[in-house]
Design a protein. Structure first.
Length: 529
């Protein structure tokens, strides 16, 4: 029952956040914090055995399958510098800072803390980027970083924990483990992606295809982990391939899959951010000797270090490659100082950091002693996550507006869409003429003309969005057409329901007729957000 209440309440709060300027993750965390102190509310703890294998794969899959493989490939250098270079840099610098800041904190435990807070969770950042219409390059970089940085952080964490618990670890061993995890994860993804795609294209029922879709991220993650490889990278590789080849799956599967995964991502993201807020009592109870001003001082300093380290990495990573390579200068536009500011400030931490922190072992030296300062590491992880969500989450949109960041060129995007649609429609029209010239495809002239009208309407619709708007409603001609089409469909739908209620048709026929209208309405609908 508490779990059902958590999911229902977090989904309701996330839905309500869409009506406010406050990012949903931040509102969920704030409400979770408040609710955690309500008498009678049970303790919720992030079990890494649940979060990492059960929550992380579907969240990665939903993000990766909606990503563009071609765009990510075009941004390989900045994505790699952030998802690998920055995470390792942050692990070392934050770990060193914690070692110097906290008396008695061993270096190995400090590096564990550094690895835990190193990976940004870009769910909120990419949502903001799309919401305010940032250039697609920045959105791609943030999204690509979020897909790959968890693998780097988890591997660095495992190496640091091995050293901390007395299992022995060296630089050579750490590099070897990282390479095995990275290469192994990619290999597992490459091995799985083609058979999974073949199976998706050969299953005949959309229901079976979408059932398979729900299993894919867990299969990829678990298979890679069985070989001590990175499950994160395996999921990302498989999802990018399937997303790139999604056009080969039938339309019913695509329609269902989009709706199913949007729902799954919405529920999981809402629940995990609410869980972050609900962790506070659990973390504070275990803080022990570090209560009061000392703990607050450590939290503030570590938060400032985490923020500063990202700026210290992003700016050189943006401009140094251009200074060192003439090929990069010739191939890429000169970046402005504003893009690194936004990318640096978008480094909010999230549920992955907390899940990794809660997986820190309780003992070291084969159970002979307690893990040093484990509760303090949990507390500092929690305050860093909350600090970045509150400070950076609330100020990211105002910062983008303050910098007068150029938004996406909607006119150019619509023009590109219109040109693509025109080429496709002309090709379809030529193919239609070839088909109709065959006696086996003979149609009465009205039906043949209807097919041509559909093509013409589809070709002209995008061009009409470039035209003038209605002075009364502000709508384009295309928007008005779609709205009127939906209203006509609504009128038909009402008649079908009335006929069913009057027993002129049965429910099975009603569902058939409504599905036909639903598909027509989906074709007439253009998402504007």
């Amino acid at each position: 029952m508490p779990l059902l209440l958590l999911v229902a309440a977090s989904a309701a709060i996330a839905a309500g956040a869409r009506r406010t300027p406050v990012p949903a993750p931040l509102l969920l965390v704030a409400v979770g914090l408040a609710v955690s102190y309500v008498p009678g509310v049970p303790d919720y703890t992030l079990d890494p055995e649940v979060v990492l294998p059960l929550l992380l794969p579907p969240l990665l899959y939903t993000s990766a399958i909606d990503s563009s493989y071609l765009d990510l490939r075009a941004q390989t250098r900045p994505v790699a510098l952030l998802s690998v270079g920055y995470v390792l840099f942050a692990t070392l610098v934050v770990g060193a800072a914690a070692y110097l800041l906290v008396p008695g904190l061993p270096l190995t435990a400090a590096l564990v803390l550094g690895a835990v807070v190193a990976p940004p969770d870009a769910v909120a950042a990419t949502a903001v980027a799309r919401r305010v219409g940032l250039p697609s390059r920045i959105t791609t970089i943030l999204q690509g970083e979020s897909l790959l940085n968890d693998a780097t952080a988890i591997t660095a964490y495992k190496v640091a924990v091995a050293a901390a618990v007395g299992e022995g670890a060296s630089w050579a061993g750490g590099i070897e483990e990282f390479l095995i995890a990275a290469v192994g994860g990619v290999v597992v993804g490459l091995v799985l992606m083609a058979p999974i795609h073949w199976l998706r294209t050969h299953l005949r029922e959309a229901l079976m295809q979408n059932t398979l879709s729900l299993l894919i991220p867990f299969v990829a993650y678990a298979t890679a982990e069985q070989f001590h490889a990175s499950g994160v990278l395996a999921v990302v590789v498989v999802a990018l391939y399937l997303g790139h080849r999604a056009w080969e799956v039938d339309f019913a599967t695509r329609l269902q899959e989009e709706a199913v995964w949007k729902m799954v991502a919405f529920v999981l993201e809402s629940a995990v951010f609410a869980l972050i807020g609900l962790q506070l009592p659990v973390v504070l109870r275990g803080l022990g000797d570090y209560e009061g001003l000392d703990a607050a001082w450590y939290a503030v300093v570590l938060f400032l270090v985490v923020v500063a380290v990202r700026f210290a990495w992003v700016y050189p990573a943006t401009f140094l490659p251009r200074l060192l390579s003439a090929r990069i200068r010739a191939r890429e536009e000169n970046p402005t100082w504003r893009a690194p500011v936004v990318i640096s400030w978008a480094g909010m931490r999230g549920v992955v950091s907390l899940a990794i922190a809660f997986s820190i072992p309780l003992t070291v030296d084969h159970g002979e002693g307690a893990f040093p300062h484990r509760n303090l590491i949990l507390f500092l992880t929690f305050t860093t996550v909350i600090g970045t969500l509150v400070v950076q989450g609330l100020t990211l949109i105002p910062l983008i507006h303050l910098l007068k960041f150029p938004g996406r060129d909607r006119q150019a995007e619509t023009l590109a869409e219109a040109n693509a649609q025109a080429q496709a429609s002309l090709a379809a029209e030529r193919h239609l003429d070839e088909l109709l010239s065959d006696e086996r495809n003979a149609l009465p002239p009205p039906l043949a003309d209807r097919l041509r009208t559909v093509l013409e309407r589809r070709r002209n619709a995008v061009w009409e969005r470039l035209g003038q708007t209605n002075p009364v409603t502000g709508e384009t001609v295309d928007d008005t057409y779609r709205r009127l089409s939906r209203e006509m469909i609504s009128a038909e739908r009402a008649v079908f329901v009335r006929l069913r209620d009057g027993r002129y048709i049965d429910d099975e026929m009603l569902r058939t007729l409504l599905r036909r209208l639903d598909l027509e309405e989906a074709a007439a609908y253009r998402e504007t957000t």
